[in-house]
Design a protein around this ligand. Structure first.
Ligand code: ASP
Ligand code: MG
Length: 420
């Protein structure tokens, strides 16, 4: 049996019409075996992050937020089916579990609590959608990804234990005659059955994990854009669609932060030569883009802008130069505080990294470094990467601004600039 894996992100399940559209897309594949991987609805993950924040800092606001979220989900169910009794029961059950967690004092381990709470977004969306599809005549089986995707206990960034994961997924799917399965993106579970998440936007990665485990025929990510574009059309209205992209090129693009596909998604697919389609859920007849093994050497410049960056620059306090000794020490500190390095550069006396503005982590890291290094940091910078750069693209992107750091290789140029 060759399965297709379909992934629907938050925008493609954001309300009742979007979920009806998902149903219509599935109806176009009446004979295929499909694993449907779904994110939390709309902005639910952000909303749950607010709930978590309130749980830690303003406990008396928690219940109002939780009720609002419950009402939102029930409203969607009500728009989808005239008599949503059974769906309401399931939603109430999940909210009962969520409230039970919020009723006890937090653990002081923010990342752990994050995963236990924020994972409810996917539990809710998949339960609601699976039940709706069954009521609407599209028979499907709901699977609990916490028992499929085994991770270690690196909360908020669970690292996949591939052997167990493959065995669990194959066991859950291949033994059943069912044609359509619905499961959660983004979440997994430890050997102790504690919930983990795979990192923001991790549902793409979940889809790749499913596809890898099942030797799927293809993965399709259904999105609100016509395919993979060479730039974010909200910033660059002249963005163009890339039709066919080799895996390596797509890996480079996502590595530099193109928000199209979660960076961990592509490697497993490439290993098994599983093509990844990106298609518009508004226009399912249109071609979209495909990432696969191909030689097409497109040199269309791609522009990737990462906002909310912090530039850290360290200078040894003693008389040493930046060399192997202190580099390994610096990297150990970055690893300890999980500082994601989006760009780095050194000179004789300084070492700079551009990282995501995660104030808590950055602050702890700076404190750890300060004993031996003078640390300077610029907040509110942007990191701009151009693959296959040329002069007009650089001019367009910088539009008169000066870079505080610049790095060039044969295919890629990067600039750190102060955010406007
Ligand atoms: N719901 C999660 C997020 O918004 C995962 C995903 O959408 O891929 O980050
Ligand atoms: Mg999402």
């Amino acid at each position: 049996m060759r399965y297709k894996v379909f992934k629907f992100g938050g925008a493609s399940v954001k309300d009742a019409p979007a979920i009806e559209n998902l149903h219509n897309i599935l109806r176009r594949y009446p004979d295929d075996h499909i694993i449907v991987v779904i994110s939390a609805m709309g902005k639910t993950t952000n909303f749950l992050e607010k709930v978590l924040h309130a749980y830690y800092h303003n406990p008396d606001q928690v219940e109002a937020l939780v009720s609002e979220l419950e009402q939102q989900h029930k409203d969607v169910a009500l728009r989808l089916v005239p008599d949503p009794g059974s769906i309401f029961d399931r939603i109430s059950e999940l909210f009962g579990q969520l409230r039970a967690k919020l009723d006890v004092e937090h653990s002081n381990n923010y990342d752990f609590d994050y995963d236990q709470l924020v994972s409810f977004g996917e539990m809710l969306s998949t339960s609601l959608i699976s039940m709706y599809l069954n009521l609407a005549g599209l028979t499907n089986t709901w699977l609990d990804a916490r028992r499929l995707v085994r991770t270690d206990d690196t909360y908020r960034e669970g690292r996949v234990d591939w052997d167990t994961t493959i065995a669990q997924i194959r066991d859950a799917v291949l033994s059943k005659p069912d044609r359509v399965f619905v499961t959660q993106g983004f979440i997994g579970g430890t050997a102790e059955h504690l919930t983990t998440t795979l990192g923001r936007e991790g549902s793409d990665y979940s889809a790749a994990i499913m596809a890898y485990a099942l030797d799927a025929e293809s993965v399709t990510i259904w999105k609100d854009v016509p395919g993979l574009l060479n730039a974010d059309p909200k910033r660059f209205p002249d963005a163009v669609k890339l039709d066919k992209i080799p895996y390596e090129e797509a890996v480079e693009l996502s590595y530099y932060g193109a928000s199209i596909i979660h960076p961990k998604t592509l490697k497993p697919l490439q290993n098994k030569q599983i093509p990844l389609y990106v298609k518009s859920f508004f226009e399912p007849d249109n071609e979209g883009s495909v990432i696969m093994t191909c030689t097409s050497k497109s040199n269309v410049p791609s522009i990737i802008v990462k906002d909310r960056q912090t530039l850290l620059t360290v200078f040894p306090r003693d008389f040493s130069f930046i060399a192997v000794d202190n580099l390994s020490e610096l990297f150990a500190v970055f690893a300890k505080y999980r500082i994601r390095i989006n760009m780095m550069q050194n000179s004789a006396l300084s070492f700079s990294v551009c990282t995501d503005a995660e104030p808590q982590r950055v602050q702890q890291c700076v404190e750890a470094l300060q004993e031996k290094y003078k640390v300077k940091y610029n907040e509110n910078v942007q990191l701009i990467t151009i693959r296959h750069y040329n002069k007009p693209t650089i001019e367009k992107v910088l539009s008169g601004r000066t870079a505080i750091l610049r790095q060039t290789s044969r295919a890629t140029i990067q600039f750190v600039i102060v955010e406007r």
